[in-house]
Design a protein around this ligand. Sequence first.
Ligand SMILES: CC(C)(COP(=O)(O)OP(=O)(O)OC[C@H]1O[C@@H](n2cnc3c(N)ncnc32)[C@H](O)[C@@H]1OP(=O)(O)O)[C@@H](O)C(=O)NCCC(=O)NCCS
Length: 197
Amino acid sequence: MDVTFPPERRFTTRSGQAMRLRPIRPEDVPNLFAFRERVSRESLRMRYFTPRRRLTEELARHLCTVDFRDRAAFVASPLESDTIHGIGRYERDTPRSAEVAFIVEDALQGQGIGPALLERLAEHARGQGIDRFTAVVLCENTPMLTVLRNSPFRPQVTVEGDCAFVKLDLTVLAGPAARPAARGLASAPLRRLTSPA
Ligand SMILES: CC(C)(COP(=O)(O)OP(=O)(O)OC[C@H]1O[C@@H](n2cnc3c(N)ncnc32)[C@H](O)[C@@H]1OP(=O)(O)O)[C@@H](O)C(=O)NCCC(=O)NCCS
């Protein structure tokens, strides 16, 4: 597959740890298996709606091999290693829209990694002609709904049964003025996110 890997960005977690948001690579298969060992069944249930999704070698290769056009994935890693702490991915489902999903290892949830991955994915997706993200989230999944609701992308949420269907408008340019003031989000993390690593 002829792939142009997008650039890394740096960001700082809420506890002050510098991390990289880097494109996933085929060589990440062992890192993905190690990551899955650190993810709880409950987090897997929130991500896949079942705690039993087995990671086979074939699935791992599929998840790590993306074209960065119709399928893209970024991972959060420390500066000094390729350890995976979180993954955000999109899969294009119409010419201008893609479905997104995220997973962060349990010990690092609540550190702002999910929102950082969302912003990086959105930046990349816009460059690929995608102007809408969709997400299907269990209604009980308050952390994910918080990330999406607090995003600058004018979230629209529709509830059907146990699931929330969320649409994000990527044509809203992410910037300090667009960010919800109520959360007190400083513009600094965004600048960090958009400065090349
Ligand atoms: C949903 C998820 C990706 C969010 O990523 P994250 O890096 O934890 O995002 P944040 O750090 O911004 O946390 C989001 C909010 O949830 C809260 N939160 C995060 N983890 C939490 C936890 N385990 N328990 C309770 N609250 C939690 C945070 O405090 C934050 O709320 P705040 O902004 O009001 O403080 C991550 O929690 C996760 O991987 N969950 C399991 C998988 C999943 O649900 N995937 C979504 C499928 S689409």
